[in-house]
Design a protein around this ligand. Sequence first.
Ligand code: FAD
Ligand code: FO1
Length: 473
Amino acid sequence: LAEAVKQARRRAALSVREFKFNKKRVRLLSQESHLQDGALGILYWMSRDQRVQDNWAFLYAQRLALKQQLPLHVCFCLVPKFLDATIRHFGFLLKGLQEVAEECGELGIPFHLLQGYAKDVLPAFVTRHGIGGVVTDFSPLRVPLQWVEDVKERLPQGVPLVQVDAHNIVPCWVASNKQEYGARTIRPKIHAQLPEFLTEFPPIIQHPFPAAAPAQPIDWDACYAGLEVDRTVPEVKWATPGTAAGLAVLQAFVTRRLPGYSEYRNNPNKAALSNLSPWFHFGQVSVQRAVLEVQKSRDRHRESVNSFVEEAVIRRELADNFCFYNKSYDQLEGAHDWARDTLILHARDKREYLYDLHQLEQGKTHDQLWNAAQIQMVREGKMHGFLRMYWAKKILEWTRSPEDALRFAIYLNDRFELDGRDPNGYVGCMWSICGTHDQGWAERNVFGKIRYMNYAGCKRKFNVGQFEHKYRP
Ligand code: FAD
Ligand code: FO1
């Protein structure tokens, strides 16, 4: 696959002269709109999209540097703590960055790992290297948005800051200018724009303008030491970090699992999913790349290709849309009125079972399927997508209030899921517990009109005993 992808990029590169960078992917964040005179370089501040190739932010930065005949630098600001990330997540991230640093070095593009919050370390870097313009990538979450805001306030006078959505195929601010009601309303808007945005990528090329000084050698072990994270959550064995490994997972999906995807993707006993979410979350593999590859099978496996596009494009871009336009994307306040009202109306209903966070984290409930799903997430860092809905809904049923339920679900999700701390996760928990992007259903105890799921329903869909046996305590 890697060879074919390289060929595809080269074909796109043949037209790199004419390759028109779609400016709708870019938004200017600072009032400066032109580059500072006497600049000595351009900087790509990498954050969400931790890869070299297939990265629109990186491509825009290199294009700028080529036009100005300037060196190009890349930096990543390693924070000591990010939401409920543990050593499991930082390990995956740092090993992926090692590959990025090596690839940048081979391309004559210095990669700098800065330790600390961007607002504290990036402005000084810009001054020291005479950076004339900064390009960064895009995340709709409040913490990364604040990082960008803080840097914008502190950049030296006259240095413009632009942001490129390198994570979505149709840029978040292009797909829609408001919070969408659900997949039904955003789907036509995205499909109408896919022909314009679902293109091949040109390559990041060998940079012809070398920087005055090479990047400092990086002491990767020292990076671990500086982290203020929980080190008790073991690393995940099945998932090898980094772009090369992620592309290998994509190839295995396309050749082996895609044919059965639409039929078996909701069966936790089947190896039918792409398994790509950890590499998507850390931006080590581009979703656009995955979709380009999957679509090559559209004549043989149309159903599965359409189903994958629905999840990886529509559902995922809907999640970014929700987080971008709803400031309370991870709270009850962020739910629709009908949902909040029904949850509050039933907040005092008698709970047949009540569990606290510790019991849930230990997977010690009366429900063997729920416990097995929790064990899968803790051990493998990736709970099956179908079970995540059941898992979150049971937390609503077995905790004292909807607020507790949402808080516990998000906490456990972000602490153990490799793909956690992601717009998909906040929306997944809000969909399950607060009916976001869903409709109302027949009113019942505790759930009110929120869609209900139960054990009997799971038994009708797959062999729950087999799954419980596989993930027994
Ligand atoms: P595949 O079925 O192969 O999907 C391919 C890609 O499509 C996924 O990687 C993802 O980017 C996207 N996708 C698939 N399903 C969804 C969905 N329902 N919403 C948005 N995008 C989707 N996904 C995360 O990335 N991080 C999370 O923390 C997360 N937490 C969730 C919590 C709950 C309660 C629920 C109901 C869903 C959650 N999801 C989360 C969405 C979904 O379950 C995962 O994206 C999926 O299981 C990842 O495995 P995969 O890549 O093998 O899936
Ligand atoms: N982004 C950074 O720019 N620096 C970090 O040190 C960092 C750590 C980190 C740890 C776990 C994780 O899941 C994400 C992390 N990210 C970090 C955030 C990432 O770049 C995205 O912005 C978020 O995932 C939101 O989409």
